[in-house]
Design a protein around this ligand. Structure first.
Ligand SMILES: *Cc1c(COP(=O)(O)O)cnc(C)c1O
Length: 364
């Protein structure tokens, strides 16, 4: 819905393309699945597909129906189902629409084989559990799975795994070691790396990499900013001041009165709240930009509004532009910084963008 309420999300397809190219520079010898699950991390799946249609080596999603929709929209690249199939019906769609599916357990393998023999070449990613303990075959269950798969004609197999701590202290070596032990003698394809591993561990690049968050211009690391990594923000959440309050020292702001002015202050009220997807847990002090200047939020985030300190931005009056995160006319605020302040990660901020926020797409 077009509304005159000033909140907007703006999506920059050129930044998405730029970030994809950053990935390709890091993993020059690998192909890259553009991970566009969760509505392209809240950016809009079709916008992401439009931006990357010419260059993405493939697209990775979750739902089979979505894979079918992408095919019907003319996407000709490989399409990967990251959690694999959920039914034998899915297995038939995978065959019919030429989707690449993960198979991560023997029950899923049953579903896949129950759809009957393969009439055409089919790609399957066999997922190995190397320590994340979410999905995947173990060293005990893998041999039988591979034996059953190899009995099929027309099947091309790739081995994949997922890193639990590529962005953390423990790193990837321990999982890579298990992967190598489980795949000893393997000559087929290999697909391992998420965003963090792509940037930090070239030894994980293999044949295909799986970038997600970096495509959207946020950092997978706590200690390095997206700008440090050469990434550009894709989503900007912006709004405007719809109220200004002059406070005396000792007055409080918002629900629960969690912020108290320690001096006379000017407070700007922004048309953005948790029902727009702004994190309610963002405390006083969370960065925000008003009229080209960085400042901080004050008080509790409410459903439709939040407050910020504009004491030192005297020109900021009603209608002054505000950047909640991203790079807007009101200034730049990395989503990672907002996320950190709110005790979460940019992934969650992006995915939580509410449907009620109108979205505009910049020209490519
Ligand atoms: C979501 C996902 C990715 C992308 O992870 P990022 O940290 O966003 O790069 C890669 N692989 C799998 C299996 C995923 O589910």
């Amino acid at each position: 819905m077009k509304t005159s309420r000033p909140i907007r999300a703006r999506i920059a397809p050129a930044a998405l393309l730029h970030n994809y190219r950053v990935v390709k520079r890091h993993a020059a010898n690998a192909r890259a699945w553009a991970v566009i699950k969760a509505n392209a991390y809240g950016h809009g799946q079709w916008r992401a597909v439009d931006a990357l249609r010419e260059e993405a080596d493939g697209f990775a999603i979750l739902e089979t129906e979505n894979g079918v929709a992408l095919r019907e929209a003319g996407v000709s690249q490989p399409i990967l189902l990251l959690e694999g199939i959920f039914s034998t019906r899915d297995a038939r769609a995978v065959r019919e629409y030429g989707l690449t599916t993960v198979i991560h357990c023997s029950e899923q393998l049953d579903m896949f084989l129950d759809a009957g023999p393969l009439a055409a070449p089919q790609e399957v990613y066999v997922k190995l559990n190397t320590g994340m303990n979410r999905l995947g075959f173990t060293d005990k269950t893998l041999p039988l799975a591979l034996e059953r798969l190899r009995a099929q004609e027309n099947l091309k197999l790739t081995l994949m795994t997922h890193f639990a701590e590529a962005d953390g202290e423990r790193g990837i070596a321990w999982q890579l070691e298990r992967f190598k032990a489980m795949s000893a003698g393997w000559t087929g394809g290999v697909c391992l790396a998420n965003s963090a591993a792509i940037l930090d561990f070239p030894e994980t690049h293999g044949d295909w990499v799986r970038p997600g968050i970096v495509l959207y211009g946020a950092s997978p690391f706590v200690d390095r900013s997206a700008a440090d990594l050469g990434l550009q923000p894709v989503m900007t959440l912006e709004s405007a001041l719809i109220g200004v309050q002059e406070l005396q020292a000792g007055e409080r702001v918002g629900y629960g009165g969690t912020f108290t002015a320690d001096k006379p202050m000017r407070i700007g009220i922004v048309a953005c709240g948790y029902a727009d997807g702004y994190p309610r847990h963002a405390p006083s002090g969370t960065p925000i930009a008003v009229l080209g200047q960085r400042t901080r939020t004050v008080g509790r985030v409410s459903m439709d509004m939040l407050a910020c300190d504009i004491t030192d931005i005297p020109d900021a009056g009603l209608g002054a532009p505000v950047t909640l995160w991203g790079k807007g006319i009101a200034g730049e605020v990395p989503a990672d910084e907002v996320a950190t302040a709110a005790g979460t990660i940019a992934y969650e901020l992006f995915c939580a963008l509410a449907p009620r926020v109108p979205t505009a797409v910049d020209g490519l």
